[in-house]
Design a protein around this ligand. Structure first.
Ligand code: GBH
Length: 528
Protein backbone atom coordinates (compact mmCIF):
# COMPACT_ATOMS: atom_id res chain seq x y z
CA UNK A 1 0.00 0.00 0.00
CA UNK A 2 1.19 3.53 -0.75
CA UNK A 3 -0.37 5.08 2.35
CA UNK A 4 -0.86 4.36 6.04
CA UNK A 5 -1.80 2.19 7.81
CA UNK A 6 1.18 -0.01 7.08
CA UNK A 7 1.67 -3.64 7.91
CA UNK A 8 4.90 -4.49 9.67
CA UNK A 9 7.92 -5.05 7.42
CA UNK A 10 8.41 -8.81 7.01
CA UNK A 11 11.62 -10.34 8.21
CA UNK A 12 14.78 -10.08 6.13
CA UNK A 13 17.58 -12.65 5.88
CA UNK A 14 19.77 -12.94 8.92
CA UNK A 15 22.74 -10.62 8.83
CA UNK A 16 21.15 -8.36 6.21
CA UNK A 17 23.05 -5.06 6.40
CA UNK A 18 20.89 -1.96 6.93
CA UNK A 19 22.68 1.34 6.78
CA UNK A 20 22.94 4.95 5.68
CA UNK A 21 25.34 6.71 3.36
CA UNK A 22 27.09 10.00 2.67
CA UNK A 23 29.91 11.32 0.48
CA UNK A 24 32.91 13.44 1.48
CA UNK A 25 32.28 16.56 -0.58
CA UNK A 26 28.61 16.60 0.32
CA UNK A 27 29.16 16.74 4.09
CA UNK A 28 32.74 17.42 5.17
CA UNK A 29 33.24 21.13 4.52
CA UNK A 30 36.64 22.36 5.79
CA UNK A 31 37.60 22.60 2.15
CA UNK A 32 40.75 24.61 2.80
CA UNK A 33 41.66 23.17 6.19
CA UNK A 34 43.81 20.36 7.48
CA UNK A 35 46.09 20.35 4.46
CA UNK A 36 43.37 19.36 2.00
CA UNK A 37 44.11 20.07 -1.64
CA UNK A 38 41.70 21.52 -4.18
CA UNK A 39 39.17 19.27 -5.84
CA UNK A 40 37.34 19.73 -9.11
CA UNK A 41 34.18 20.41 -7.11
CA UNK A 42 35.84 23.35 -5.36
CA UNK A 43 36.62 24.81 -8.75
CA UNK A 44 33.17 24.03 -10.09
CA UNK A 45 31.38 25.70 -7.21
CA UNK A 46 33.67 28.70 -7.47
CA UNK A 47 35.47 28.27 -4.15
CA UNK A 48 38.61 30.32 -3.79
CA UNK A 49 41.38 27.76 -3.97
CA UNK A 50 44.28 30.17 -4.34
CA UNK A 51 47.26 28.74 -2.53
CA UNK A 52 45.78 25.30 -2.11
CA UNK A 53 47.77 22.31 -3.39
CA UNK A 54 46.60 21.31 -6.83
CA UNK A 55 44.68 24.57 -7.23
CA UNK A 56 43.67 25.33 -10.76
CA UNK A 57 45.05 28.82 -10.71
CA UNK A 58 47.46 30.58 -8.44
CA UNK A 59 46.05 34.05 -8.67
CA UNK A 60 42.54 35.31 -8.00
CA UNK A 61 40.15 35.68 -9.69
CA UNK A 62 40.18 32.06 -10.75
CA UNK A 63 38.14 30.72 -13.65
CA UNK A 64 34.80 29.46 -12.47
CA UNK A 65 33.45 26.46 -14.29
CA UNK A 66 30.21 26.74 -12.43
CA UNK A 67 26.96 26.36 -14.26
CA UNK A 68 25.54 25.16 -10.99
CA UNK A 69 21.77 25.24 -10.79
CA UNK A 70 21.69 26.82 -7.38
CA UNK A 71 24.14 29.63 -7.82
CA UNK A 72 26.52 30.24 -5.01
CA UNK A 73 26.08 26.90 -3.29
CA UNK A 74 29.33 25.24 -2.31
CA UNK A 75 30.61 22.43 -0.13
CA UNK A 76 33.00 24.81 1.62
CA UNK A 77 31.27 24.25 4.95
CA UNK A 78 28.47 21.84 4.10
CA UNK A 79 27.58 19.86 7.22
CA UNK A 80 30.91 20.73 8.76
CA UNK A 81 31.36 17.03 9.29
CA UNK A 82 35.15 17.38 9.29
CA UNK A 83 34.82 19.17 12.61
CA UNK A 84 31.55 17.64 13.77
CA UNK A 85 32.12 13.98 13.00
CA UNK A 86 31.88 13.01 16.67
CA UNK A 87 28.46 14.55 16.90
CA UNK A 88 27.44 12.86 13.68
CA UNK A 89 28.58 9.48 14.93
CA UNK A 90 26.67 10.06 18.16
CA UNK A 91 23.61 10.75 16.07
CA UNK A 92 24.17 7.47 14.23
CA UNK A 93 24.54 5.65 17.51
CA UNK A 94 21.44 7.20 18.99
CA UNK A 95 19.37 6.00 16.04
CA UNK A 96 20.79 2.50 16.33
CA UNK A 97 22.64 2.60 13.02
CA UNK A 98 24.73 -0.50 12.28
CA UNK A 99 26.29 0.22 8.88
CA UNK A 100 27.57 3.45 7.41
CA UNK A 101 28.86 4.06 3.91
CA UNK A 102 31.04 7.14 3.42
CA UNK A 103 33.69 8.29 0.98
CA UNK A 104 37.25 9.48 1.42
CA UNK A 105 38.20 12.82 -0.13
CA UNK A 106 41.14 12.02 -2.37
CA UNK A 107 42.56 15.58 -2.12
CA UNK A 108 42.49 15.32 1.67
CA UNK A 109 44.82 12.33 1.45
CA UNK A 110 46.81 13.27 -1.66
CA UNK A 111 46.50 17.07 -1.93
CA UNK A 112 47.84 17.45 -5.46
CA UNK A 113 46.54 14.09 -6.61
CA UNK A 114 50.06 13.02 -7.52
CA UNK A 115 51.12 10.49 -4.94
CA UNK A 116 54.81 11.26 -5.35
CA UNK A 117 54.11 14.83 -4.16
CA UNK A 118 53.26 13.44 -0.75
CA UNK A 119 50.45 12.36 1.52
CA UNK A 120 48.73 14.69 3.97
CA UNK A 121 48.99 13.14 7.43
CA UNK A 122 46.31 15.36 8.92
CA UNK A 123 43.83 14.07 6.37
CA UNK A 124 44.95 10.50 6.94
CA UNK A 125 44.41 10.98 10.67
CA UNK A 126 40.93 12.43 10.17
CA UNK A 127 39.66 9.20 8.61
CA UNK A 128 41.35 7.14 11.34
CA UNK A 129 39.50 9.21 13.91
CA UNK A 130 36.22 8.82 12.07
CA UNK A 131 36.62 5.07 11.61
CA UNK A 132 37.60 4.59 15.25
CA UNK A 133 34.63 6.62 16.38
CA UNK A 134 32.29 4.57 14.18
CA UNK A 135 33.64 1.25 15.37
CA UNK A 136 33.41 2.34 18.99
CA UNK A 137 29.77 3.26 18.35
CA UNK A 138 29.06 -0.19 16.92
CA UNK A 139 28.79 1.07 13.35
CA UNK A 140 30.48 -0.92 10.58
CA UNK A 141 32.14 1.35 8.02
CA UNK A 142 32.01 0.85 4.26
CA UNK A 143 34.40 3.06 2.32
CA UNK A 144 33.90 4.43 -1.17
CA UNK A 145 37.27 5.45 -2.56
CA UNK A 146 35.94 7.89 -5.12
CA UNK A 147 32.70 9.82 -4.89
CA UNK A 148 33.48 12.47 -7.51
CA UNK A 149 35.92 14.84 -5.78
CA UNK A 150 38.94 14.38 -8.04
CA UNK A 151 42.01 16.35 -6.96
CA UNK A 152 42.09 19.37 -9.25
CA UNK A 153 45.80 18.79 -9.75
CA UNK A 154 44.97 15.73 -11.84
CA UNK A 155 42.78 17.57 -14.29
CA UNK A 156 43.92 20.58 -16.22
CA UNK A 157 41.09 22.80 -17.24
CA UNK A 158 41.05 23.78 -20.84
CA UNK A 159 38.60 26.39 -21.99
CA UNK A 160 40.55 27.35 -25.10
CA UNK A 161 40.47 24.24 -27.23
CA UNK A 162 36.97 22.81 -27.09
CA UNK A 163 36.75 19.06 -27.32
CA UNK A 164 40.46 18.48 -27.43
CA UNK A 165 41.58 17.33 -24.02
CA UNK A 166 43.54 14.59 -25.74
CA UNK A 167 46.87 16.37 -25.51
CA UNK A 168 48.82 14.31 -23.02
CA UNK A 169 49.40 14.88 -19.35
CA UNK A 170 46.91 15.55 -16.61
CA UNK A 171 43.44 15.32 -18.04
CA UNK A 172 41.72 13.49 -15.24
CA UNK A 173 39.41 10.80 -16.49
CA UNK A 174 39.74 12.15 -20.05
CA UNK A 175 43.37 11.09 -20.46
CA UNK A 176 44.03 9.72 -23.93
CA UNK A 177 46.22 9.79 -27.01
CA UNK A 178 44.87 10.84 -30.38
CA UNK A 179 44.83 7.86 -32.72
CA UNK A 180 45.79 8.03 -36.38
CA UNK A 181 42.12 7.50 -37.19
CA UNK A 182 41.27 10.75 -35.43
CA UNK A 183 39.72 8.93 -32.49
CA UNK A 184 41.01 9.46 -28.97
CA UNK A 185 42.40 6.33 -27.35
CA UNK A 186 42.58 5.97 -23.56
CA UNK A 187 46.09 5.08 -22.45
CA UNK A 188 45.33 1.73 -20.85
CA UNK A 189 46.38 0.34 -17.51
CA UNK A 190 49.62 2.33 -17.49
CA UNK A 191 47.97 5.73 -17.92
CA UNK A 192 48.68 8.45 -15.39
CA UNK A 193 45.13 8.58 -14.03
CA UNK A 194 44.94 4.81 -13.57
CA UNK A 195 48.31 4.79 -11.82
CA UNK A 196 47.39 7.66 -9.52
CA UNK A 197 44.07 6.11 -8.58
CA UNK A 198 45.82 2.82 -7.90
CA UNK A 199 48.41 4.56 -5.69
CA UNK A 200 45.59 6.19 -3.76
CA UNK A 201 43.65 2.90 -3.45
CA UNK A 202 46.76 1.02 -2.36
CA UNK A 203 47.45 3.63 0.29
CA UNK A 204 43.88 3.47 1.64
CA UNK A 205 43.91 -0.32 1.82
CA UNK A 206 47.23 -0.42 3.67
CA UNK A 207 46.27 2.39 5.99
CA UNK A 208 42.70 1.46 6.89
CA UNK A 209 42.43 -2.18 5.79
CA UNK A 210 42.90 -3.50 9.31
CA UNK A 211 39.79 -1.57 10.41
CA UNK A 212 37.58 -1.59 7.31
CA UNK A 213 36.53 -4.74 5.46
CA UNK A 214 34.17 -3.40 2.78
CA UNK A 215 35.50 -1.27 -0.03
CA UNK A 216 33.96 0.27 -3.12
CA UNK A 217 36.20 1.67 -5.82
CA UNK A 218 33.82 4.15 -7.47
CA UNK A 219 30.44 5.69 -6.94
CA UNK A 220 28.31 5.85 -10.08
CA UNK A 221 30.74 5.67 -12.96
CA UNK A 222 27.93 6.69 -15.30
CA UNK A 223 27.08 9.87 -13.45
CA UNK A 224 30.53 11.36 -13.21
CA UNK A 225 31.57 10.39 -16.74
CA UNK A 226 28.42 10.75 -18.83
CA UNK A 227 26.55 13.44 -16.96
CA UNK A 228 29.70 15.35 -16.15
CA UNK A 229 30.86 15.60 -19.71
CA UNK A 230 28.25 17.38 -21.62
CA UNK A 231 25.68 19.07 -19.52
CA UNK A 232 27.64 21.50 -17.44
CA UNK A 233 26.08 20.03 -14.32
CA UNK A 234 29.31 18.70 -12.91
CA UNK A 235 32.99 19.47 -13.36
CA UNK A 236 34.80 18.23 -16.42
CA UNK A 237 37.83 19.30 -18.42
CA UNK A 238 35.62 21.74 -20.29
CA UNK A 239 32.12 22.86 -19.45
CA UNK A 240 30.52 21.20 -22.46
CA UNK A 241 32.10 18.34 -24.32
CA UNK A 242 31.20 16.18 -27.30
CA UNK A 243 28.89 13.57 -25.83
CA UNK A 244 29.64 11.09 -28.58
CA UNK A 245 33.29 10.94 -27.52
CA UNK A 246 34.31 11.95 -24.04
CA UNK A 247 32.01 10.03 -21.72
CA UNK A 248 33.35 6.83 -23.25
CA UNK A 249 37.00 7.85 -22.93
CA UNK A 250 36.39 8.72 -19.28
CA UNK A 251 34.35 5.59 -18.68
CA UNK A 252 37.10 3.43 -20.12
CA UNK A 253 39.70 4.96 -17.82
CA UNK A 254 37.39 4.49 -14.85
CA UNK A 255 36.86 0.79 -15.62
CA UNK A 256 40.61 0.25 -15.92
CA UNK A 257 41.27 2.20 -12.71
CA UNK A 258 38.67 0.04 -10.98
CA UNK A 259 40.30 -3.09 -12.42
CA UNK A 260 43.73 -1.99 -11.31
CA UNK A 261 42.49 -1.31 -7.75
CA UNK A 262 40.82 -4.74 -7.61
CA UNK A 263 44.09 -6.33 -8.79
CA UNK A 264 45.88 -4.57 -5.93
CA UNK A 265 43.19 -5.78 -3.54
CA UNK A 266 43.57 -9.40 -4.66
CA UNK A 267 47.35 -9.12 -4.43
CA UNK A 268 46.99 -7.85 -0.85
CA UNK A 269 44.66 -10.72 -0.03
CA UNK A 270 47.26 -13.19 -1.31
CA UNK A 271 50.13 -11.58 0.58
CA UNK A 272 48.12 -11.29 3.80
CA UNK A 273 47.83 -7.49 3.96
CA UNK A 274 44.07 -8.09 3.58
CA UNK A 275 42.09 -11.22 4.40
CA UNK A 276 39.47 -13.29 2.61
CA UNK A 277 36.88 -11.44 4.68
CA UNK A 278 37.75 -8.21 2.93
CA UNK A 279 35.40 -7.50 0.05
CA UNK A 280 35.65 -5.13 -2.86
CA UNK A 281 33.00 -3.88 -5.24
CA UNK A 282 31.97 -0.93 -7.37
CA UNK A 283 28.72 1.00 -7.11
CA UNK A 284 26.88 1.74 -10.33
CA UNK A 285 23.54 3.39 -10.78
CA UNK A 286 20.38 2.80 -12.69
CA UNK A 287 16.83 3.98 -12.41
CA UNK A 288 14.25 1.62 -13.87
CA UNK A 289 13.03 2.23 -17.40
CA UNK A 290 9.62 0.74 -18.01
CA UNK A 291 8.29 0.44 -21.57
CA UNK A 292 5.39 2.88 -21.84
CA UNK A 293 3.35 0.33 -23.80
CA UNK A 294 3.83 -3.26 -24.86
CA UNK A 295 4.84 -2.14 -28.34
CA UNK A 296 8.08 -3.78 -29.50
CA UNK A 297 9.58 -0.33 -30.04
CA UNK A 298 8.93 0.83 -26.48
CA UNK A 299 10.24 -2.44 -25.02
CA UNK A 300 13.43 -2.26 -27.08
CA UNK A 301 14.02 1.41 -26.23
CA UNK A 302 13.58 0.84 -22.50
CA UNK A 303 15.96 -2.12 -22.47
CA UNK A 304 18.43 -0.17 -24.57
CA UNK A 305 18.57 2.62 -21.99
CA UNK A 306 19.34 0.19 -19.16
CA UNK A 307 21.92 -1.68 -21.22
CA UNK A 308 23.74 1.46 -22.34
CA UNK A 309 23.90 2.87 -18.81
CA UNK A 310 24.23 0.03 -16.32
CA UNK A 311 25.45 -2.46 -18.92
CA UNK A 312 28.12 -0.03 -20.14
CA UNK A 313 29.98 -0.40 -16.84
CA UNK A 314 28.71 -3.70 -15.51
CA UNK A 315 29.08 -5.95 -18.57
CA UNK A 316 32.89 -5.49 -18.62
CA UNK A 317 33.17 -5.69 -14.84
CA UNK A 318 30.81 -8.60 -14.03
CA UNK A 319 30.71 -10.33 -17.40
CA UNK A 320 27.76 -11.61 -19.42
CA UNK A 321 27.91 -15.30 -20.32
CA UNK A 322 31.62 -15.27 -19.57
CA UNK A 323 32.36 -12.29 -21.83
CA UNK A 324 33.86 -9.26 -20.09
CA UNK A 325 33.33 -6.47 -22.59
CA UNK A 326 31.02 -3.58 -23.43
CA UNK A 327 27.50 -4.46 -24.60
CA UNK A 328 27.27 -5.27 -28.28
CA UNK A 329 24.67 -2.53 -28.65
CA UNK A 330 27.43 -0.06 -27.81
CA UNK A 331 30.49 -1.53 -29.57
CA UNK A 332 28.52 -2.03 -32.76
CA UNK A 333 27.09 1.44 -33.08
CA UNK A 334 28.89 3.99 -30.89
CA UNK A 335 31.46 5.63 -33.16
CA UNK A 336 33.99 6.47 -30.44
CA UNK A 337 33.68 3.43 -28.20
CA UNK A 338 37.16 2.49 -26.92
CA UNK A 339 37.96 -1.20 -26.85
CA UNK A 340 39.61 -3.47 -24.33
CA UNK A 341 42.64 -5.52 -25.31
CA UNK A 342 42.36 -9.30 -24.99
CA UNK A 343 44.67 -9.09 -22.00
CA UNK A 344 42.47 -6.47 -20.30
CA UNK A 345 39.38 -8.60 -20.87
CA UNK A 346 41.14 -11.57 -19.31
CA UNK A 347 42.20 -9.44 -16.33
CA UNK A 348 38.64 -8.18 -15.90
CA UNK A 349 37.46 -11.78 -15.85
CA UNK A 350 40.04 -12.83 -13.27
CA UNK A 351 39.32 -9.83 -11.06
CA UNK A 352 35.56 -9.83 -10.80
CA UNK A 353 34.44 -7.87 -7.72
CA UNK A 354 32.88 -9.61 -4.75
CA UNK A 355 29.56 -7.77 -4.83
CA UNK A 356 27.33 -5.75 -7.12
CA UNK A 357 26.84 -2.27 -5.62
CA UNK A 358 23.64 -0.63 -6.83
CA UNK A 359 22.36 2.91 -6.48
CA UNK A 360 18.75 3.09 -7.49
CA UNK A 361 16.26 5.90 -6.97
CA UNK A 362 13.22 5.96 -9.20
CA UNK A 363 11.43 4.87 -12.35
CA UNK A 364 10.22 6.42 -15.56
CA UNK A 365 8.55 5.22 -18.73
CA UNK A 366 10.17 5.09 -22.16
CA UNK A 367 8.08 5.74 -25.21
CA UNK A 368 9.19 5.86 -28.82
CA UNK A 369 7.80 8.92 -30.57
CA UNK A 370 8.66 9.45 -34.25
CA UNK A 371 11.70 7.24 -33.94
CA UNK A 372 12.99 8.95 -30.79
CA UNK A 373 13.09 7.58 -27.28
CA UNK A 374 11.20 9.88 -24.92
CA UNK A 375 10.98 9.78 -21.13
CA UNK A 376 7.53 10.17 -19.57
CA UNK A 377 6.34 9.79 -16.01
CA UNK A 378 2.72 8.72 -16.17
CA UNK A 379 1.08 9.25 -12.80
CA UNK A 380 4.11 8.40 -10.69
CA UNK A 381 4.59 10.58 -7.61
CA UNK A 382 7.53 12.98 -7.90
CA UNK A 383 10.08 13.91 -5.23
CA UNK A 384 11.75 17.30 -5.09
CA UNK A 385 14.25 16.28 -7.75
CA UNK A 386 13.29 16.74 -11.39
CA UNK A 387 14.31 13.16 -12.16
CA UNK A 388 12.92 11.33 -9.15
CA UNK A 389 9.62 9.43 -9.53
CA UNK A 390 8.56 6.83 -7.00
CA UNK A 391 7.69 3.30 -8.10
CA UNK A 392 8.85 0.53 -5.83
CA UNK A 393 7.95 -2.10 -8.43
CA UNK A 394 10.66 -0.58 -10.63
CA UNK A 395 13.24 -1.46 -8.00
CA UNK A 396 12.08 -5.08 -8.02
CA UNK A 397 12.22 -5.21 -11.81
CA UNK A 398 15.73 -3.76 -11.87
CA UNK A 399 16.94 -6.24 -9.24
CA UNK A 400 15.62 -9.02 -11.44
CA UNK A 401 17.29 -7.53 -14.50
CA UNK A 402 20.62 -7.60 -12.64
CA UNK A 403 20.09 -11.14 -11.40
CA UNK A 404 19.24 -12.36 -14.89
CA UNK A 405 22.15 -10.62 -16.55
CA UNK A 406 25.00 -11.14 -14.10
CA UNK A 407 23.95 -14.31 -12.35
CA UNK A 408 22.04 -15.27 -9.27
CA UNK A 409 25.13 -16.03 -7.19
CA UNK A 410 26.42 -12.46 -7.34
CA UNK A 411 25.57 -10.62 -4.11
CA UNK A 412 23.77 -7.35 -4.63
CA UNK A 413 24.23 -4.55 -2.12
CA UNK A 414 21.89 -1.62 -2.38
CA UNK A 415 24.34 1.20 -1.79
CA UNK A 416 21.89 4.07 -2.28
CA UNK A 417 18.18 4.70 -2.61
CA UNK A 418 16.39 7.75 -1.42
CA UNK A 419 13.72 10.39 -1.64
CA UNK A 420 14.12 14.15 -1.86
CA UNK A 421 11.98 16.88 -0.47
CA UNK A 422 12.74 20.53 -0.32
CA UNK A 423 10.27 22.02 2.03
CA UNK A 424 12.06 24.55 4.17
CA UNK A 425 8.93 25.78 5.84
CA UNK A 426 6.58 22.83 6.06
CA UNK A 427 7.11 19.88 8.30
CA UNK A 428 7.44 17.53 5.35
CA UNK A 429 11.22 17.28 5.54
CA UNK A 430 11.20 16.86 9.28
CA UNK A 431 8.41 14.33 9.40
CA UNK A 432 9.72 12.48 6.38
CA UNK A 433 6.24 11.67 5.08
CA UNK A 434 7.29 11.14 1.46
CA UNK A 435 10.50 9.48 2.57
CA UNK A 436 8.71 7.00 4.82
CA UNK A 437 6.35 5.99 2.00
CA UNK A 438 9.33 5.64 -0.29
CA UNK A 439 11.37 3.43 2.00
CA UNK A 440 8.40 1.39 3.15
CA UNK A 441 7.29 0.52 -0.36
CA UNK A 442 10.83 0.00 -1.68
CA UNK A 443 11.77 -2.25 1.21
CA UNK A 444 8.66 -4.39 0.63
CA UNK A 445 9.53 -4.80 -3.05
CA UNK A 446 13.11 -5.61 -2.13
CA UNK A 447 11.66 -8.29 0.15
CA UNK A 448 9.61 -9.63 -2.75
CA UNK A 449 12.70 -9.65 -4.95
CA UNK A 450 14.60 -11.67 -2.36
CA UNK A 451 11.88 -14.12 -1.31
CA UNK A 452 9.76 -14.43 -4.44
CA UNK A 453 12.33 -13.93 -7.18
CA UNK A 454 15.47 -15.33 -5.56
CA UNK A 455 17.47 -12.12 -5.83
CA UNK A 456 20.66 -12.45 -3.79
CA UNK A 457 20.54 -9.19 -1.89
CA UNK A 458 22.60 -8.71 1.25
CA UNK A 459 22.42 -5.07 2.22
CA UNK A 460 20.63 -1.76 1.79
CA UNK A 461 22.15 1.64 2.50
CA UNK A 462 19.59 4.42 2.41
CA UNK A 463 20.65 7.81 1.08
CA UNK A 464 21.37 9.85 3.09
CA UNK A 465 22.31 10.09 6.74
CA UNK A 466 21.48 13.79 6.70
CA UNK A 467 20.48 16.60 4.34
CA UNK A 468 23.62 17.79 2.59
CA UNK A 469 25.18 19.48 -0.43
CA UNK A 470 23.15 18.02 -3.27
CA UNK A 471 25.71 18.66 -6.03
CA UNK A 472 24.41 20.98 -8.75
CA UNK A 473 21.21 21.49 -6.77
CA UNK A 474 23.06 22.96 -3.83
CA UNK A 475 21.01 22.78 -0.63
CA UNK A 476 17.66 22.94 -2.38
CA UNK A 477 16.93 19.21 -2.23
CA UNK A 478 16.95 17.23 0.98
CA UNK A 479 17.67 13.51 0.97
CA UNK A 480 18.45 13.26 4.66
CA UNK A 481 16.99 10.77 7.09
CA UNK A 482 18.18 13.41 9.55
CA UNK A 483 16.76 16.86 9.03
CA UNK A 484 19.32 19.66 8.94
CA UNK A 485 18.22 23.18 9.75
CA UNK A 486 19.76 25.14 6.91
CA UNK A 487 18.51 28.50 8.07
CA UNK A 488 19.10 28.53 11.71
CA UNK A 489 16.45 30.98 12.67
CA UNK A 490 16.86 33.15 9.61
CA UNK A 491 14.13 33.79 7.10
CA UNK A 492 12.93 30.29 6.26
CA UNK A 493 11.72 31.41 2.84
CA UNK A 494 15.07 32.73 1.72
CA UNK A 495 16.59 30.59 -1.01
CA UNK A 496 19.35 28.46 0.39
CA UNK A 497 22.48 29.18 -1.55
CA UNK A 498 25.07 29.65 1.14
CA UNK A 499 26.73 26.84 2.97
CA UNK A 500 24.31 26.00 5.72
CA UNK A 501 24.98 26.28 9.34
CA UNK A 502 24.79 22.77 10.54
CA UNK A 503 22.19 22.02 13.15
CA UNK A 504 21.07 18.46 12.80
CA UNK A 505 19.82 18.43 16.37
CA UNK A 506 16.98 20.81 15.72
CA UNK A 507 15.00 18.15 13.95
CA UNK A 508 13.91 14.69 14.89
CA UNK A 509 16.95 14.05 16.99
CA UNK A 510 15.83 16.42 19.69
CA UNK A 511 15.89 14.61 22.95
CA UNK A 512 17.58 11.55 21.50
CA UNK A 513 21.11 12.74 21.79
CA UNK A 514 21.80 13.14 25.44
CA UNK A 515 25.55 12.94 25.38
CA UNK A 516 26.34 15.67 22.94
CA UNK A 517 27.17 18.38 25.38
CA UNK A 518 30.95 18.13 25.19
CA UNK A 519 32.56 21.52 25.55
CA UNK A 520 32.67 23.05 22.12
CA UNK A 521 30.09 20.71 20.64
CA UNK A 522 26.74 22.09 21.59
CA UNK A 523 23.57 20.75 20.10
CA UNK A 524 22.28 23.45 17.83
CA UNK A 525 25.57 25.28 17.89
CA UNK A 526 25.62 28.41 15.81
CA UNK A 527 29.25 29.15 15.14
CA UNK A 528 30.05 26.71 12.36
C1 GBH B 1 23.24 9.81 -6.19
O1 GBH B 1 23.16 9.77 -7.57
C2 GBH B 1 24.59 10.26 -5.72
O2 GBH B 1 25.47 9.16 -5.60
C3 GBH B 1 24.54 11.03 -4.43
O3 GBH B 1 25.77 11.63 -4.19
C4 GBH B 1 23.42 12.04 -4.51
O4 GBH B 1 23.35 12.85 -3.37
C5 GBH B 1 22.13 11.29 -4.68
O5 GBH B 1 22.18 10.59 -5.86
C6 GBH B 1 20.90 12.16 -4.80
O6 GBH B 1 20.91 12.86 -6.02
O7 GBH B 1 19.23 16.08 -13.94
O8 GBH B 1 18.22 14.51 -15.44
O9 GBH B 1 20.58 14.98 -15.60
C7 GBH B 1 21.88 9.41 -8.05
C8 GBH B 1 21.86 9.37 -9.54
C9 GBH B 1 22.38 10.71 -11.37
C10 GBH B 1 20.47 11.18 -10.10
C11 GBH B 1 22.30 12.10 -11.97
C12 GBH B 1 20.38 12.55 -10.70
C13 GBH B 1 20.78 13.80 -12.70
C14 GBH B 1 19.69 13.57 -13.65
N1 GBH B 1 21.81 10.70 -10.06
N2 GBH B 1 20.93 12.51 -12.02
S1 GBH B 1 19.42 14.87 -14.75
Amino acid sequence: PEEYPWDPIPEFPEGFAWGLGTAAYQIEGAYNEGGRGASIWDTFTGANTVGMPGAVCKKAPCPVNSVIAVKGATGNVANNHYHMYKNDVRAMKSMGLKWYRFSVAWPRIVPTGTFADGVNQEGVQFYHNLIDELIAAGVTPIITMYHWDLPQGLMHLDFETPNEPCNGGKEGWYECTMGADGKPKPNGLSSNIVKEFTNFAEFLLKEYGSKVKLWATFNEAYTFTYLASGYGKAPSAQPYMDMAIWPYVAGHNVILAHLSAVMKFREFQKSGVLSAEHKIFITNNQDWREPFSDSKQDIAAALYQVETQLGWFCDPIYGVDGVFDYPYSMTSTFPYMPSFTEEEKELLKQNRPDFFGLNHYGTSFIKVVEGKSVVVHGDLVQGKSSWLFRAAWGYRKLLNWIKNRYGQELEIWGTEAGWSDGAHTSLESKEDSGRLTYYYTYILEMHNAIYKDGVNMKGFMAWSLMDNFEWEMGYSERFGCLFVDLHFGEDPNAPTTESPIYNAYSGKLDGLCTECDDPGIKPGYAEA
